[in-house]
Every structure is written in C-alpha cells, then in structure tokens.
Design a protein around this ligand. Structure first.
Ligand code: FES
Length: 185
C-alpha cells in the first residue's frame, strides 16, 4: 500500500493551502440555494442543537458546491452560529469532505488490505494512466475526473472496490477498467 491513503484531495493534488482556515478559497461569498435552505431547515428539526447538525450541513454544502472552500466554511459557520475555526477543524478531521475542487466523477480507489491483495494498486495507477496521466488528486482538463486513493470502503468481500461520488463499484480490475470508466460517461 502506498502512503497516499486517507490524504485529502488538496494534499493529494499538491495544491497550496491558503486562507484563514487553511482552506483553499473559491473567491466568492456563498449562500445556500433555496432548495438547500429548505433541506437544512428540515435537517435542523432532527437535531437537538445546531452544532449537532454540523456534519450533515457540511455534506449539504459539499453537494451544493462540490467541495468545502473557505467561503463554504464561513457560510456553514454563519448559518449554524459556530466559529469558522471550529467548522474547519471538523472539515479537516473527516476525509469525505473535499478541500479542493474535484471532477464530476470523484473516483476513490480503495487500497486497504483486501483490495491491495486483489490488485488495487494496479487499478489505481492504471486508472490515472488511462484518464490521461493524471496525478493523484489532480482533475482532468475537461473537469470530468479526479482519482484518489482511500481506506477501506467496507466492500472487502468484493475487492478491489471503488467508489465514484456516492456510488459503490465492486471487483474493478485492470481487465474491466476500460468498460468501467466508459460507463461513467
Ligand atoms: S479493503 Fe477495500 S473495501 Fe475493504
């Protein structure tokens, strides 16, 4: 297994860290869409405090903007009445929050032990190669693909396992990789 596992997208892509929270900036003030606000209002009824709703609110922010920028942290902090530094601390704790822009398809290749023993390293490297020689965490020029390496996806019995955005894919090998990538569109 290589040392890239569980390293956030920004670091994997070798992107600089900027801004007061250490996050990359998207360069514009952000506010949730009407639909996302409605979803947030619904969410807040299910938690005893606003702070308790932080993880799903960040998830909503990632769905809304694709990644968690410095401005997204500020927007979430302001909505929930929390300190931006606290929100940023939570963002950096969980690897499922993207701290850099990602492609339309975020391809997450598991390289933990079961997948590793079943050829995940080869799948990971071939995947980047076939998408135009991408570096880990780098997004293709057409904005369609980002490939990263992650820890166990809880699909060990179907190794090598891959996750694309929120969808699981089982037994992805060098042989079916082309068909898999083509299927993503
Ligand atoms: S080791 Fe890859 S899914 Fe568990």
């Amino acid at each position: 297994m290589s040392g890239g596992a569980n390293v956030p997208v920004a670091e994997q892509a070798g992107l600089p860290r900027t801004g007061e929270h250490g996050a990359l900036s998207c360069g514009k003030a952000l506010s949730f869409s009407k639909e996302a606000r409605a979803e947030l209002d619904r969410l807040l009824t299910r938690y005893p405090t606003k702070q308790a709703a932080l993880l799903p609110t960040l998830w909503l922010a990632q769905k809304e903007w694709g990644w968690i920028s410095r401005e997204a942290v500020d927007a979430v902090a302001s909505l929930l009445g929390l300190a931006p530094a606290f929100v940023w601390g939570v963002v950096t704790f969980y690897t499922m929050y993207n701290r850099a822009p990602v492609g339309k398809h975020l391809i997450q290749v598991c390289t933990s032990i079961s997948c590793h023993l079943n050829g995940a390293e080869e799948v990971f490297h071939e995947c980047k190669k076939r998408l135009g020689g991408l570096k880990t965490g780098e997004t293709s020029k057409d904005g369609k693909y980002t490939v990263i390496e992650v820890e166990c996806l809880a699909q060990c019995d179907k190794a090598p396992a891959v996750m694309v955005n929120d969808d699981d894919y089982a037994v992805i090998t060098k042989d079916n990789l082309d068909a898999f990538l083509k299927g993503l569109g």
